[in-house]
Design a protein around this ligand. Sequence first.
Ligand code: AMP
Ligand code: MG
Length: 472
Amino acid sequence: MRGQAKDLSDCNTCFIYDEGERESGLEANLRLNSLMFAYVRVIGEKMFEGAAPRHQLSFDNPPRPADTRAMIELEQACQRILAVLAPLPPEPIPLDAAVGRVAAEPILSPIDLPPFDNSAMDGYAVNAADLRSARAEAPVKLELLGQVAAGQAFAGKVRPGTCVRLLTGSAMPPGADAVVMQEDVRLGATDPPQVLFGEAVKPWENTRLRGEDVKRGAELLAAGDRLTAMRVGLLAAVGLKALKVARQPRIGLLATGNELVEPGQSLPAGKIYESNRAALAALLTAAGALPRAYPVVPDTLAATTAMLEQALAECDGLVTTGGVSVGELDFVKNAFEQIGGEIQFWRVAMKPGKPFVFGRWRQRLLFGLPGNPVSAVVAFLLLVRPALLRWQGATRVDLPAHSGHLAESLVNRGDRRHFMRVTVDPSGNVRSAGLQASHSLGSLAAANGLVDVPPRTPWPAGTVIRVMRLDF
Ligand code: AMP
Ligand code: MG
């Protein structure tokens, strides 16, 4: 990447580019932390070459462990992946394409919301002081000056002794400070028209005040907030038509395995349908990434190498399934290293999903998932989804979760934490979703939650547990 001159005031997140050493005494391609920043200032450098910095992946912190085959804890694995990522460069998009994307900068409201005082009811705008003495048996009569429909502005003024007909959302006419619901009045004489009010009203009753929802200048979204449908609605309500979000990561999707047949074809003896790409493409899309599926990769070193090379050239990162275990036909790690990829870690202490591999090829990433469909999905949700969201700059990257209570016991007899598939009902009752084996797609499809059961742990019915949602 070509270096570009950077002013130091803009460089606390920069990389020193190749000229850096000569000019500042710092190593090329070193990430500038605040200490170095101070150092560069002290030695009086004003400008130096910085590579386009903020969007670079960073593999130095923490450093790659000497033994990349040592099994690590899930949190450590997640932390190692997230530490590498920096948000992809921002791009403008229209609001109607923004759901699921991540705001690249804070969005402040350009207007008050509501933009003007208006009526919350169909009724009559009055001056509350006029109705102070109103009683059912002695109603107050006010002269009706006219009507303001929503979208109109009233030209006159509500003087003492007068009122104006309003509909929900009509701007409050000048002089009025309350609205009386139409159900609470009676119409009186017609010439001039009169309205009869049988009770008093408090100032500003049945009105919606300018800025009571959102004040002009208030932060609607922080950088790193993900756009939901409701947030899109809010941005539209303050008149925004477009915003800046991080570019979406393009993720190549590769399934390896000689046994795999494309759905739609007939199934020869011994073969199974390839199902991981279908599930993962949908999960990638839901995480804001752009999936690109590649043809099934046969279990040979040559085919795996060729496909990895092609996909890495075309994508920001790859998600592969299968071929990361210890069998003689598991070629993904080998092939990746052959083309110059660097494995960052392999194997995570969890079930399912243990043989997960994380690697780097230049500025591109490899997420190697195990082949078993449940292992692939669970490892994706716990390790890849957070990465994709963080790559887009998202602050919150975990699965949505809440507490629940076990309606039946759940036992992990193994020595790794077991992410078990569960169903959780609207009252928070949690039950096993069925067979907890790594190939069992039936129970995965039936589940709407995952629970993290510690090693060698019998959880009796009634235990209060945390449920990660799968139906987000
Ligand atoms: P592997 O991780 O390659 O050893 O595969 C583990 C298990 O998952 C084997 O039973 C495979 O047949 C199965 N499997 C691997 N890839 C897929 C796939 N894409 N779709 C469905 N099953 C798969
Ligand atoms: Mg395989």
